[in-house]
Design a protein around this ligand. Sequence first.
Ligand code: NAD
Ligand code: ZN
Length: 352
Amino acid sequence: MGKDNLTAVLYKINDLRLEQTDIPEPKDDEVLLEMSCVGICGSDVHYLVNGRIGDFVVNSPMIIGHEAAGIVSKLGKNVKNLKVGDRVAIEPGVPCRVCEFCRSGRYNLCPEVIFCATPPVHGNLRRFYTHAADYCFKLPDHVSLEEGALLEPLSVGVHACQRAGITLGSKVLILGAGPIGLVTLLVAKSLGATKTVITDLVQTRLDVAKDFGADATLLVQRSDDEATLVKKVHDLFGCEPDKTVDASGAESSTRLALLATKSGGVAVLVGMGPPEVKLPLVQALAREIDIRGVFRYVNCYPTALDLVASGKVNVKPLITHNYDIEQTHEAFETAKTGRGGAIKVMIHCKRS
Ligand code: NAD
Ligand code: ZN
């Protein structure tokens, strides 16, 4: 193994640098990974452009990247579940394991979670990186490392659909056709949703959603009147959706989620928009809409992997662009601007 550990470090707003860092030594319960690929997430772009997401602020240089897969190249001395050469997907959040949330199985709510590329924690867009061995998931031979990296957003979709209680026969409205809306669509269909309608402001995104199997799409205009939108949604379903997932974070979408969902149904909020929004709450509570938040995922990687490995879900078409780590700036520019119909931009870390 050479000494090359080219790494993408975010110093501050619009200051992302490629530089060498030390190759870390795995602790007893960790593995050293030769990184293979890292997808760019909206949050990575957000940190680059704004230097913060809510209370998480890039105050000191932070290595970016968290949607990743790699190859085990060294074992910590306690590691039993993996061996050198294993190809793994990396679940980026490692919780404390002892708090009330961890012990009750909701470790995504652990206040002590160490999550890649959420400041001040470093991410894994680099050639070598160490991670807790039990948060690495061995990929079967027929699942690619790119698919392994995509288990991260796919897990968000799995968690969102589980929180929504989507099941055989569900009528599912998905608001926003970005990567998260699309993976939610894929998972909803695999769970047996019999009708799916997805919205977006951008027609090309809806065209992709159609290719991903959406039964109907709705192009939303910012000037659209709310009552008309609700009616359009109901007309497209031929009924009222019993599950809605907001994967856009737009206030108007969150409002639509509450207004369009069938009485007694569930509205799941995944999209993160402004910290405070105005919602038709009384209307929603009087119709017993269950409003449920989603924070990342919990115990979803094994399911996400099974969905991909079994062929029930095909995430590969999410990847529209591929770059080498040396081209990180170009890759981020593509992700930021969405040029060339970018959905998921993948960065490859191996020395070429
Ligand atoms: P994205 O920005 O690529 O996709 C959002 C899509 O919503 C875009 O295609 C956009 O055109 C569309 N949109 C915007 N306003 C809309 C409106 N009024 N109606 C319909 N569509 C609209 O982002 P993404 O990566 O797909 O993530 C989606 C959201 O989920 C983001 O807000 C992100 O921060 C959030 N997110 C939350 C979690 C969580 O744990 N809760 C995890 C991952 C992502
Ligand atoms: Zn904990």
